[in-house]
Design a protein around this ligand. Structure first.
Ligand code: NOJ
Length: 544
């Protein structure tokens, strides 16, 4: 159980730059985060995930690393980082950080050396070519800005390969020196006491002609090497895969319990939003039916929003058009194949729907991740470029800069207009209000953690005739005590009251109790059970 802590954990993703500025320079920093650890503990978070913190030009907010062995000067020092890790652990929490394995910044000294001449010792650390006609079956990911995965470098008259911005040249994983160096980087951060890594952009490590250059067997070979290294040197610490792929392709990244411990389930996320708009559970049922079983020691990570656009890569063209039309009516809301908006604005700031999606996030298979600010329903700023509009400062209170910073100018402006302005939406005010979204989030989080059923239990659909209602069983049997936790989760995806009739005769005589409210429901009879669910209602009924 302790080595599989991640199965029961609730994660919280945060951008250090956006969290709390301790020195008044307008950027959040590690000391600011340290000062706010009590907040995360109070919310009930088990594990925090930090977006990249290494030195970087921040062209891609740190996913363009210029030095893997230090902290970005705006964020603090390695000594601050050690204090942070101690502070996290002292509060019974854990911490994972991003490791950007696929590429570096073009300002990284390795790349500067690599591009300096065709015979430079580090030339082979990156993927160079005399022509830009290789690997033509690889798609372009940053469609809005990149025209090719090759960039011409005038210095040597050759092209280098990049799956993301051209400022992010891909490392060459056919080079054993690169593989070794990445393991050294892993050890460096592990020695600082962290509990794992979110491994960025996993599918793209290796390129091969005639393939789409994603999920190649050689990539899995390297992941296996990385996992074996972790098992030997750092047991109990985790690797979480960022592989935005279809479920069967992600399944391969769990291997035989010999690759990743965890992986994001990307395709389910847009379907939660789709199901709400369509007032139908069908898209959720379909994607979970397409999701293979995973090995005993592994776990999905599920989320509603993160620091990127709400990705629509893992949907059909029709579904993408539907999602754009419904959730991104203005062109500025779209980016690449996605939607650059936050949770609350996506749901028209309708707390019923925000709570409903959270009730699914916290009870579907996998460990949930909360994106900073979504616990108070923060808004976004679509007038900022790239994904910056969903990375604005956390709104702590209604004082200057939302209590985030004393500076006159912050790295991005605080949201200060209309219904999402920090005067209206902030932590302090919601903590003081017992019926706020913040209190709801804290409560549902605590409730989930009282049980093993959600993190470790089996999952089975309950599909009444009524398509607007999603139901599922989450059941956990404790083999040592023989005790069973049995939940029937019922979700009304529609804005109307819905009738459902279920066959629960096997539990005749049991009085279901809604774990979320403590309310008892009528004792189950041996005939059909008929319920009426209020609009957007959700129930976690205990039936054991
Ligand atoms: C995925 C990260 O989530 C995203 O923010 C980044 O731009 C790309 N990987 C490239 O590192």
């Amino acid at each position: 159980m302790t080595h599989t802590w991640y199965k029961d954990a609730v994660f919280y993703e945060l951008y250090v730059r956006a969290f709390r500025d301790s020195n008044g320079d307008g950027n959040g920093d590690l000391k600011g985060l340290i000062a706010k650890l009590d907040y995360l503990q109070e919310l009930g978070v088990d594990c925090i995930w930090l977006l990249p913190i290494c030195p970087s030009p921040l062209f891609d907010d740190g996913y363009d690393v210029a030095d893997y062995y230090d902290i970005h000067k705006d964020f603090g020092t390695l000594a601050d980082f050690k204090t942070l890790v101690e502070g996290v652990h002292a509060r019974g929490m854990r911490i994972i950080i991003d490791v950007v394995v696929n590429h570096t910044s073009d300002e990284h000294p390795w790349f500067i050396e690599s591009r300096s001449s065709t015979t430079a010792p580090k030339r082979d650390w990156y993927v160079w070519s005399k022509t830009n006609k290789r690997y033509e079956d690889a798609r372009i990911i940053f469609l809005d800005t990149e025209k090719s995965n090759w960039a011409y470098d005038e210095l040597t008259g050759e092209y280098y390969w990049h799956r993301f911005y051209s400022q992010q040249p891909d490392l060459n994983y056919d080079n054993p020196a690169v593989r070794e160096e990445m393991l050294r980087i892993v050890d460096f951060w592990m020695e600082l006491g962290i509990d794992g890594f979110r491994v960025d952009a996993v599918p793209y490590l290796i390129e091969r002609e005639g393939t789409n250059c994603e999920n190649l067997p050689e990539t899995h070979d390297y992941v296996k090497q990385l996992r074996a290294h972790m098992n030997t040197k750092w047991p109990g610490r985790i690797l979480l895969a960022e592989a935005n792929q279809w479920p069967h392709d992600v399944r391969a990244y769990f291997g035989d319990d010999d690759e990743f411990h965890m992986a994001f389930h990307f395709p389910i996320m847009p379907r939660l939003f789709m199901a709400l708009k369509q007032a139908s559970r069908q898209s959720i049922v379909d994607i979970l039916a397409r999701t293979p079983d995973i090995p005993a020691l592994t776990q999905w990570c599920i989320f509603l929003r993160n620091h990127d656009e709400l990705t629509l890569e893992m949907v059909t063209e029709d579904e993408r058009q539907f999602m754009w039309a419904e959730y991104a009516p203005e062109p500025r809301m779209r980016q690449n194949l996605g939607i650059r908006r936050r949770l609350a604005p996506l749901l028209d700031n309708d707390e019923r729907r925000i709570r409903l999606l959270n009730a699914m996030l916290f009870s579907l298979p996998g460990s949930p991740i909360i994106y900073y600010g979504d616990e108070i329903g923060m808004g976004d700023n679509i007038w900022l470029d790239d994904r910056n509009g969903v990375r604005t400062p956390l709104q702590w209170d209604n004082t200057k800069n939302a209590g985030f910073s004393e500076a006159d100018a912050t790295y991005e402006p605080v949201i200060d207009t209309d219904e999402f302005s920090y005067q209206r939406v902030n932590v302090e005010q919601q903590r003081a209000n017992p019926v706020s979204l913040w209190h709801f989030t804290r409560k549902i989080l605590a409730l989930r953690k009282q049980y093993r059923a959600f993190g470790r239990g089996t999952f089975e659909f309950v599909l009444p005739d009524n398509e607007g209602v999603l139901g599922y069983w989450r059941v956990y049997q404790d083999d040592t005590t023989g005790q069973t936790e049995r939940f029937l989760v019922l979700i009304n995806l529609t804005n109307q009251a819905q009738q459902v009739t279920l066959d629960l005769a096997a539990w005749a005589g049991v009085e279901p109790v809604d774990a979320l409210t403590g309310n008892a429901w009528p004792v189950i009879s041996d005939g059909p059970s008929a319920f009426e669910l209020a609009p957007y209602a959700f129930h976690w009924l205990r039936l054991d």
